[in-house]
Design a protein around this ligand. Sequence first.
Ligand code: ZN
Length: 136
Amino acid sequence: MNEIKNINNGEKFAHVSVGNLNGFEGKQFLKDATGATSCEISFGTLPSGAAVPFFHSHKANEENYIILSGKGKFQIDGEAFDIAEGSVIRVSTGCDRNLKCTSTEPMTYICIQAKEGNLGNYTGTDAEITERESLL
Ligand code: ZN
């Protein structure tokens, strides 16, 4: 498992890193490290031929899996389908899910867990353009 490095924090942000995803192994949850209040983000990697060792279901949170590298299969209840780098899979509450790496390279993914039905305003209806001197 990769160690979470605390890079820098401010009053309005937290910046952490799990390091180079190329050598990332295992599963790492980030909510406690960043202090996130709206979702739980985790990085996960499955080696070739491996699946998560259990199916699981969520009561209140949907999950969004973003496949960053590798190929595999995803199963939701009695349905399985192919996934690959670039795939994004949203999974509702109240169903069993699992994923397996079928590529020779490891499959690395991000899972974002957030309360189902909780997203109201977003992007254009929540964000506003502000004036600020750029330090970039
Ligand atoms: Zn889950």
